[in-house]
Design a protein around this ligand. Structure first.
Ligand code: COI
Length: 351
């Protein structure tokens, strides 16, 4: 089904005021945004407007009870073309989050037409320098102005974009978290709901005050199994395979995680998706078998872990290991995302 998107263009683009050599992450917003309203029965008024503040009632349901979900995806510029990376996987995951949070499904056509119309209009905002991309933030939130606790009847689905550089600029020091939990069995850990991130801020702040960049979450019941970091999935490269924690309901199924696994397998490496204990990680390090640790995410891309701390002991991986696997992988993913190598997985959509 085709959606009739109305387009109101900005009268004055802000693009000339942007220093594209110094964009950072997430503070610069492109000229336009896409919006659509769920009226209780259907998605209505699909539209593109100049990027601007939203006007909301103080009683807006999402603000109080957290019916708010989002996605993170990227578009890349290469030789005059713009490529979207796996947008339909983000669409699918948005709807997985929506179902768990009792929010309406966003049809594929609405998602893709809103997305491509917006990026086409703001395509000059897609940066082309190395390590940069247009970060795309689709999101949905409950808009009833009602403070009884129940699923909202009305929702807003929106997309805005930001030209971005790297989220992290150096290898990370991470702390294995054993006191706090990101998610619980039966909870919402597998969704990309806003509350998962808000709840992680306090333990992350504590870790940062101890000199770490991020927490490495462990399973909420025993705190012995590695899960993911605050912003990414997690990989360990050993002498003979790459291990990543297997997905389950307390973890987010990263689209970059899936891409990493498929590219590694294509390159002939063995990838083990299985439970990984902190003890195994430490033993691998002690026995000289742990070559690399890296993390993967849309915003973070692929970043090496300098080392990890567990119960007051720090395990430096970067000085004892190397970055051969992650370097090659980063390069392979970059080539695919920029349309420079054959898209054998069908991940790229040219704008
Ligand atoms: C992403 O990688 O897109 C995320 O949503 C994580 C967040 C740190 C920005």
């Amino acid at each position: 089904m085709s959606h009739n998107i109305t387009i109101q263009k900005t009268e004055k683009s802000r693009i000339s005021s942007v220093d594209f050599n110094n964009i950072g992450f997430g503070k610069i917003f492109s000229d336009h945004m896409f919006l659509a309203d769920w009226d209780g029965n259907a998605w209505t008024r699909p539209r593109i407007e100049p990027y601007a503040n939203l006007s909301l009632s103080p009683a807006t349901s999402a603000i109080h009870y957290g019916q708010a979900i989002f996605e993170g995806m990227k578009a890349f510029r290469s030789e005059g073309n713009v490529y979207l990376f796996r947008p339909r996987d983000n669409w699918r995951r948005l709807n997985i989050s929506a179902e768990r949070m009792v929010m309406p499904e966003v049809p594929e056509a609405l998602f893709m037409e809103g997305l491509t119309s917006l990026i086409r209009l703001d395509q000059d905002w897609v940066p082309g320098s190395e390590g940069s991309a247009l970060y795309i933030r689709p999101f949905m939130f409950a808009t009833d102005d009602f403070i009884g606790v129940k699923p909202s009847e009305k929702y807003c689905f929106a997309i805005f974009t930001c030209p971005v550089g790297p989220y992290y600029s150096k290898p990370l020091r991470i702390k294995v978290e054993e006191r706090y939990s990101r998610a619980a069995p039966g909870g919402v850990g597998f969704t990309k709901c806003a509350g998962n991130y808000g709840a992680a801020m306090y333990p992350t702040k504590l870790a940062q005050s101890e000199g770490f960049d991020q927490v490495l979450w462990t399973d909420p019941l025993t705190h012995t199994l590695v899960e993911e970091t605050g912003t990414t999935n997690f990989f360990a490269v050993t002498n003979n395979c790459v291990i990543t924690p297997n997905l389950h309901e307390t973890m987010l199924a990263g689209i970059t995680r899936d891409s990493v696994i498929k590219v590694l397998q294509k390159d002939g490496l063995t990838v083990e998706e299985r439970p990984l204990t902190v003890t195994e990680l430490k033993n691998l390090h002690t026995s000289g078998m742990l070559n690399e640790l890296f993390i993967s995410g849309t915003a973070a891309t692929l970043i090496n872990i300098e080392g990890f701390a567990h119960q007051g002991q720090y395990f430096d991986v970067l000085t004892t290991g190397n970055t051969a696997v992650s370097d090659k992988l980063r390069n392979s993913l970059d080539q695919i995302r920029h349309g420079k190598s054959e898209d054998i997985f069908g991940w790229i959509e040219k704008l």
